[in-house]
Write a protein that binds this ligand. Structure first.
Ligand code: ADP
Ligand code: MG
Length: 699
């Protein structure tokens, strides 16, 4: 039976920790007919692929509820007054609780130091039970729910620890343990919330409304009502609401939201502008091309939100480790009790090492880095790629559009048997519908001489080779030497050698298999490349190679300018093969390209890095890391970000492991009173947050 699947994005409320995402994940995955679930902590949603014949949103929502979380109904406005009231009464309760526990804490410490007698013994046990249940209610609810689902969560062990204290009549200890369990929860929620902010700040920049022009009247509408093709007005100082093409008007545009660069760009008729950028000085009329999630900005947000799904290996290991961790702690607690018969030491063991901090150590750092990078025009699709980048040792570079500006110019031409004007006309007509930078150069050359274009028939573009079409009944090709194959170039060899020696890209034009002429295109090296390559070398990337579909001499000239090795005359599939060859030798490969003819190689590389991805769908889709601005200085920068992030991840993990190991040892040996153990367990999260915050601020 053929079954169709559907993919749905389900918002989820109430997830405060990484452990929570696992609960939601398990709950949804357990439903029949659910194929795949990804749960995102930062964007508070799940993406579920399921068979609509077997489950629906209601069933998913019930499963989420069963696990202790909610699917908020976004269509209903939240009931503000009751929410406010609840907020108010909660504040009063919290204040009450804090005062109570502060006094209690002072009393317990005072007793410990012998300053006053055992005051806490004066309080009868029913009062203690009420305090404990009231303070620990949300925790106990989670524990009961998890137990019903046959899951052991960190709160389960802590609750056992608290019960151990109750069992020996240490009511004050039990109460304080509960208090610190709550403090630990808050610490974790705060940490998660902070890490989320980088992503949320980005989402907040998405345009909400647009000035739509309809029948000559302009009115403001929610962005959801705008369709591709609609005419939009943008006034000075306003945010551009869509990706579109300027129809008329002139403005200076600040594209910092997308490219991270505040250098203003001039926009006039014909220019493409992007949603979420700002028009300063001047108004524009635009024709809408993309709206909402189809815009470059929309895609960036979506990819950043979903970057969590591409988890780094360290995180997989940490997750696996957390799964074994709780049973191990329970085991240590059992041993402690068997050997020392000391219920308080047992309680301390159960309480001290049970924070979620292992699980937090990696994602917090990754979220911070990915969010901060996105603000600077660097789209990183997941922690996995930062991890790979930090280990990369081979850098492969595509030439046209990547290393060069990608705006080649025809600088020389030779015709055989026809006039130069006819040669240009044929070539430009074949290139009429090609998007390759070389095609643009040919068209520009024809336009400069006011040569009209003819209509090509049966147009065909052969990646890495050239283009072919029929014009006035003859088959015309424009492409490299490999493409023209059998056509005889012997007689014109001196011309070819002269042009190639100047490092130019030669385009051979044939008509019905006869060579009719050669166009020489010159492209300029991006000015910042040599310094960037130098920086990459000093970062330890010693193997750098230029891969190009262009001819040997052009490649050699360019490679020499930046001091790297090269391979020329490559087809897109040869580029993939080279990437694979390096990978087979155990290298971690970065491939830098522009998405034109090299998308498959970008996808094959461990890290596919696309230049100038703003507005290029292919580049954004194919790459793992996309630079939204054409700037090579970002390449060494992103490598540095990756290394810093991995350093922070490792120090986070080292810190948590060390901290918990010491805590566990002290507790098991009876040196750590349960009260201190409880206080200690709430600290690692804050440590991790503080450590990872350095990544949020990085430039
Ligand atoms: P690179 O590997 O340098 O990025 P491409 O793979 O895009 O270059 O193209 C390789 C070669 O194929 C070009 O140098 C050119 O000779 C030829 N070629 C590709 N597309 C075209 C085209 N539209 N017109 C003419 N030649 C083309
Ligand atoms: Mg290219």
């Amino acid at each position: 039976m053929a079954s169709s699947t559907q993919t749905l994005e389900v918002p989820i409320a109430g997830m405060d920790c990484t452990e929570c995402t696992l609960h939601v994940q398990h709950a949804i995955a357990a439903l029949p007919g659910v194929d795949q679930v990804d749960v995102f902590l930062a964007s508070e949603k799940a993406i579920v692929r399921f068979d609509p014949a077997q489950v629906d949103l209601l069933a998913i929502s019930d499963a989420v509820k069963g696990a202790g979380y909610r699917v908020p109904d976004r269509t209903l406005p939240p009931d503000r007054s009751s929410a406010l009231q609840r907020g108010y009464s909660r504040q009063v309760l919290t204040l009450f609780g804090v005062v109570f526990f502060a006094v209690l804490f002072i009393v317990v410490i005072g007793e410990g130091l012998g300053v006053f007698a055992r005051l806490t013994e004066l309080i009868p046990w029913p009062i203690w039970s009420i305090v404990i249940v009231a303070a620990g209610l949300p925790i106990f609810r989670n524990v009961i729910r998890a137990t019903l689902h046959r899951q052991v969560i960190s709160h389960t062990l802590m609750t056992l620890g608290m019960l151990a204290a109750v069992a020996v009549g240490e009511w004050a200890t039990a109460a304080i343990v509960v208090f610190f369990m709550r403090v630990g929860d808050y610490a974790e929620r705060f940490t998660t919330e902070r890490a989320r902010r980088a992503v949320k700040d980005l989402t907040a920049l998405a345009p909400q409304t647009a000035r739509l022009e309809e029948n000559g009247v302009e009115h403001e509408v929610p962005i959801g009502q705008v369709q591709p093709g609609d005419v939009i007005i943008v006034r000075p100082g306003e945010k551009i609401p869509v990706d579109g093409e300027v129809i008329d008007g002139q403005a200076t545009i600040d594209q910092a939201t997308i490219t991270g660069e505040s250098l203003p760009v001039e926009a006039g008729p014909g220019v493409h502008v992007y949603a979420a950028t700002f028009a300063r000085l001047g108004s524009l009329r635009l024709r809408t091309i993309h709206v909402g999630s189809d815009t470059t900005f929309g895609r960036v947000i979506k990819l950043v939100e979903e970057a969590e799904a591409q988890r780094a290996d360290v995180q997989r290991v940490a997750d696996k480790f957390s799964a074994y961790y709780l049973p191990v702690v329970a085991g240590i607690a059992a041993l402690t009790f068997l050997i020392s018969r000391d219920p308080l030491a047992t309680c301390a063991v159960l309480v001290v090492a049970c924070s979620c901090s292992f699980a937090l150590a990696t994602p917090i750092a990754m979220l911070a880095s990915i969010g901060a990078a996105a603000k600077h025009g660097l789209l990183i699709k997941g922690g996995k790629y930062l991890e790979a980048l930090a280990q990369a040792d081979v850098l492969l570079i595509d030439k046209t559009g990547t290393l060069t500006l990608g705006q080649p110019q025809i600088v020389d031409q030779v015709a055989y048997g026809i006039s130069l004007a006819d040669l240009l006309q044929l070539a430009a007509s074949v290139e009429r519908y090609s998007e390759h930078p070389l095609a643009q150069a040919v068209r520009a050359a024809a336009q400069a001489q006011n040569i009209p274009l003819l209509e090509p028939h049966d147009f065909e573009a052969l990646p890495g080779l050239g283009v072919r079409a029929r014009i006035n009944g003859s088959v015309i090709t424009v492409g490299n030497r490999r493409f023209i194959g059998q056509a005889d170039t012997l007689s014109v060899l001196p011309d070819i050698e002269r042009l190639e020696a100047q490092g130019q890209t030669l385009l051979y034009v044939t008509k019905d298999g006869q060579l009719n002429g050669v166009l020489a295109a010159a492209d300029t090296l991006r000015p910042e490349v040599p310094a960037a390559i130098e920086a990459l070398r000093s970062l330890g990337l010693h193997h750098i190679e230029l891969l190009t579909g262009d001819n040997e001499r052009t490649a050699a000239t360019l490679a020499q300018q930046i001091g790297v090795s090269y391979r020329a005359n490559l087809l897109p599939e040869n580029k993939i093969a080279i990437v694979k060859e390096y990978q087979a030798q155990g290298h971690v490969v970065i491939m830098v390209g522009d998405g034109v003819n090299d998308a498959p190689a970008l996808a094959q590389a461990n890290i596919g890095l696309a230049m100038g991805a703003a507005g290029s769908d292919v580049a954004i889709e194919a790459a793992h890391i996309a630079l939204l601005r054409d700037d090579w200085t970002l390449v060494p920068r992103v490598l540095q970000i990756a290394r810093r992030t991995m350093r922070v991840v490792k120090s986070n993990l080292g810190f948590t492991i060390g901290y918990n190991a010491i805590g566990l040892t002290l507790a098991a040996l009876g040196y750590l009173p349960p009260v201190l153990a409880a206080a200690a367990q709430s600290l690692p999260d804050i440590g991790i947050l503080a450590n990872s915050s350095r990544l949020i601020r990085q430039k």
